[in-house]
Design a protein around this ligand. Structure first.
Ligand code: NAD
Length: 497
């Protein structure tokens, strides 16, 4: 059986004798494909030490050299992305073409980071005061810990580490223990691209490894993505230990449909964004907010399309793969039970399955509920599965009010042909990422990704200009070249002339 080990200082490091391990299971077949080492605090510290020791030399490596390594990494990743997509599918279960999509979105951030010399350019002011010049620079923060979730084993780490590395930081990545192999594959690719040993390290593990990263004094920043309760814990613990933190949490994304929307395209979008990756996307649409006058027609169109979806092993290119584990499948099925019990109208029941796969254990068919109300657990909780709820509202105002009352604020979308209504929505909605007739509005790499409220703790979003800001800190230099006119004693506060 394959053992997935840590990657520290440019090489695989075997877990200690008394190490703990977790099974890695292919959710489409139910077969255990390997076991992943779960680092102890001591072993996690080995990874941190490697990153800390590599930092001074990497920080001082010229921007030209750092950028040439970024370009080499970009070329390798682009050439071999199919390989990575297949690794993702084997452990996560998502359809291979979808896994390829996640790698492509990650590649965009590598491309952004290839532009680091430009992004790091500071400002310069000549003669700010007589004979005095001022300039600003941004310098790397130090050792960056990145803790990532199971649902995007390549893309989420790629949101952070290209920017961190290109701007001169060194990294310890703690991937999800459910699909850990993508991280080791990326580490080997870095080595091939010429990255010095110790700049990128992978420590596998669970709470013990994470807690060490949050508290060790050699870690300078923490970037986390995962569920809201853990994100809050990460933010509070790492901040209390003096680290710079960005902790992205869970989501409940609403799609508001106004009566003038094109209902066919809207129904396509709801199905794609609701059931893609089996609903295990932080930007998945989980609630369709339909204005009452078009709700019957919209629900019928969504149901018709959903009935045609094929569910199966991701390697066979169905529309939708399995959920991440049997336990998670059962948890999501439990929400369907609860929705029925609470009185929601079950339009399509996903609890009976016959997937195109060798096992049916972790599969759930797409489920559609209508007439969901905000007090039901299928509305209040992040389900993270292929369960789409329709909430009916009398008008735009009640729809907006519902979205703004939700404790999450990751993504949202409005479907309408009315430019004025869309503009009003953009202005009034309390959510970080907004789509206008775009159901999964994941920002391009040169913008920044992040939600509001319980979807992000900290104030800096991922990648783009905010990512560069997170992984660097500013310095401002005020200087003059002395001449005799600068002499003399004056204890007053310096003013400019
Ligand atoms: P999770 O919170 O269970 O795990 C995320 C990471 O935290 C993993 O590396 C895990 O090992 C670690 N972890 C788990 N429990 C911990 C604990 N008690 N103490 C310390 N560390 C712990 O999340 P998940 O199930 O892997 O991923 C799904 C969640 O991630 C969903 O809530 C989803 O919305 C969220 N997510 C959010 C975004 C975003 O951009 N906001 C993106 C992707 C996923």
């Amino acid at each position: 059986m394959n053992t997935i080990q840590h990657w520290i200082n440019g090489t695989t490091v075997a877990a200690g004798q008394d190490s703990r391990f977790a099974d890695v299971v292919n959710p489409a077949t139910g077969v255990t494909s390997g076991k992943v080492a779960l680092a102890s605090a001591d072993q996690t510290r080995e990874g941190i030490r490697a990153a800390a020791e590599a930092f001074p030399a990497w920080r001082d490596t010229s921007l030209t050299k750092r950028t040439s390594i970024m370009f080499a990494f970009r070329e390798l990743l682009n050439a071999r992305k199919q390989e990575l997509a297949e690794i993702i599918t084997a452990e996560h279960g998502k359809v291979v073409s979808d896994a390829l999509g996640e790698v492509s979105r990650g590649l965009e951030v590598v491309e952004l980071a290839c532009n680091m010399p430009y992004l790091l350019k500071g400002g310069h002011t000549e003669n700010a005061s007589t004979g005095v010049d001022v300039h600003s620079v941004r310098q790397p923060v130090g050792v960056a810990a990145i803790i990532s979730p199971f649902n995007f084993p390549a893309m989420v780490p790629l949101w952070f580490f290209p920017v961190a590395i290109a701007s001169g930081n060194t990294v310890v990545l703690k991937p999800s223990e459910k699909d850990p192999s993508a991280a080791n594959w990326l580490a080997e690719l870095w080595k091939e691209a010429g990255l010095p040993d110790g700049v990128f390290n992978v420590v596998h593990g669970d709470k013990e490894a994470v807690d060490t990263l949050l508290t060790d004094e050699q870690v300078d920043s923490v970037s986390f993505v995962g569920s809201t309760p853990i994100a809050k814990y990460i933010y509070e613990t790492a901040s209390a230990h003096g680290k710079r933190v960005q902790a992205l949490g869970g989501a409940k994304n609403h799609m508001l449909v106004l009566p003038d929307a094109d209902l066919d395209i809207t129904a396509d979008s709801a199905v794609n964004a609701g059931y893609g990756a089996a609903g295990e996307r932080c930007m998945a649409i989980s609630v369709v907010v339909a204005v009452e006058s078009i709700a019957d027609e919209l629900v019928a169109k969504i149901a018709e399309r959903t009935r045609g979806l094929k569910v199966g092993d991701g390697t066979r290119e169905p529309d939708m793969g399995p959920l991440i584990t049997v336990a998670h499948r059962d948890k999501v099925a439990g929400y369907i039970d609860a929705g029925v019990e609470a009185g929601a109208e079950l339009v399509l029941d996903g609890r009976t399955t016959s997937p195109d796969a060798d096992s049916d254990a972790a599969f759930l068919n797409p489920t559609l509920f209508d007439r969901v109300t905000p007090d039901m657990s299928i509305y209040t909780d992040e389900i993270f599965g292929p369960v789409l709820s329709v909430v009916r509202v009398p008008s735009y105002e009640e729809g907006l009010e519902l979205i703004n009352a939700n404790p999450y604020g990751n993504g949202t979308a409005i479907f309408t042909n009315d430019g004025g209504a869309a503009r009003k929505f953009e202005n009034e909605v309390q959510v970080g990422m907004i789509g206008v007739n775009v159901p999964i509005p994941v920002p391009m790499a040169y913008y920044s990704f992040g939600g509001w409220k319980n979807s992000l703790f900290g104030d800096t979003h991922a990648y783009g200009a905010e990512g560069v800001h997170f992984f660097t800190r500013g310095k401002v230099v005020t200087k003059r070249w002395l001449d005799p006119s600068h002499g003399g004693i004056n204890l007053g506060f310096p003013t400019n002339s």
